[in-house]
Design a protein around this ligand. Structure first.
Ligand SMILES: C[S@@+](CC[C@H](N)C(=O)[O-])C[C@H]1O[C@@H](n2cnc3c(N)ncnc32)[C@H](O)[C@@H]1O
Length: 188
C-alpha cells in the first residue's frame, strides 16, 4: 500500500484525537475506493456507520472529485458525526445523524453500500439490501472472528453471513482478507 491519501490521514488523526478505535482497516479502505470509482454516472454511495470518517475518506478518494456522485453517511452518535464533519469534505458528501434502521427506508437507492454499523447489518439487513440498486455493490467487513468478540457479536456476524449468502437477489463472495469481507452485488 502506498502513502495514505491526505483526507484519510486527516480522518485517522481525528479518530485518534477522539479515541475512536473502530475505523475501517486501510486495506478495506482501498477496496472501498476501488468500488467507489466504479459507481456509474449520477450514482449514489451509502455508508452505514460514519465513525470519524475514515471509510468516508476512502470513498471520497475513489471518487476523485466527481461532482455527479452523492455520498451519504449515517452515524447514530452525534459527537462522532460532528468530529467527522469537521474535515474538509468536497460538496456532495452528506452526514446524517440517526439510527440507520430508521433512516434507511427514506434514503433511496445506492450503487455502493458499505454496511459498517450494527443498524442495517445486525438489525434489518433486509432494509440495506432493499436500498441497493441493480448491479450495485454491498460491502460488509469485520467478518473474521477476533479474540475481542463476545458471543453476541459472533452470533450476529454469523447470521449476517448466512443471510447474505442465501439472499436470492445477491451474488456474494467471501474472503478472509483484511478484517474478513463479504462482497455482494445485486442482480440486475
Ligand atoms: C465500525 S464503526 C464505523 C467505522 C467507519 N465506517 C470507518 O470506516 O471508519 C461503526 C459505527 O456505527 C455506529 N452505529 C452503531 N449503530 C448504529 C446505527 N443503528 N445507526 C447508525 N450508526 C450506528 C457506531 O456509533 C460506530 O461509529
Amino acid at each position: 500500500m502506498g502513502d495514505l491519501p491526505a483526507l484519510v490521514r486527516e480522518a485517522r488523526r481525528a479518530a485518534s484525537r477522539s479515541g475512536f478505535r473502530h475505523s475501517c482497516d486501510d486495506r478495506v479502505g482501498e477496496l472501498l475506493a476501488v468500488l467507489a470509482a466504479s459507481v456509474p454516472t449520477d450514482g449514489r454511495v451509502l455508508e452505514l456507520g460514519t465513525g470519524v470518517g475514515v471509510g468516508t475518506a476512502w470513498i471520497v478518494h475513489g471518487l476523485a472529485g466527481r461532482p455527479d456522485v452523492e455520498v451519504v453517511t449515517v452515524e447514530v452518535d452525534p459527537q462522532l458525526s460532528a468530529a467527522a464533519g469537521r474535515q474538509p469534505w468536497p460538496a456532495g458528501v452528506r452526514f446524517l445523524v440517526g439510527d440507520a434502521v430508521e433512516l434507511l427506508p427514506s434514503l433511496g437507492r445506492f450503487a455502493l453500500i458499505f454496511a459498517d454499523a450494527q443498524g442495517g447489518k445486525w438489525e434489518r439487513l433486509d432494509l440495506t439490501v432493499d436500498a441497493l440498486g441493480g448491479g450495485g455493490f454491498l460491502l460488509v467487513d469485520d467478518m473474521t472472528p477476533t479474540a475481542e468478540w463476545d458471543e453476541e457479536q459472533a452470533t450476529k456476524q454469523s447470521e449476517v453471513r448466512a443471510a447474505l449468502h442465501r439472499h436470492s437477489a445477491l451474488v456474494t463472495c467471501e474472503t478472509d482478507w483484511a478484517s474478513g469481507l463479504v462482497l455482494c452485488v445485486r442482480r440486475r
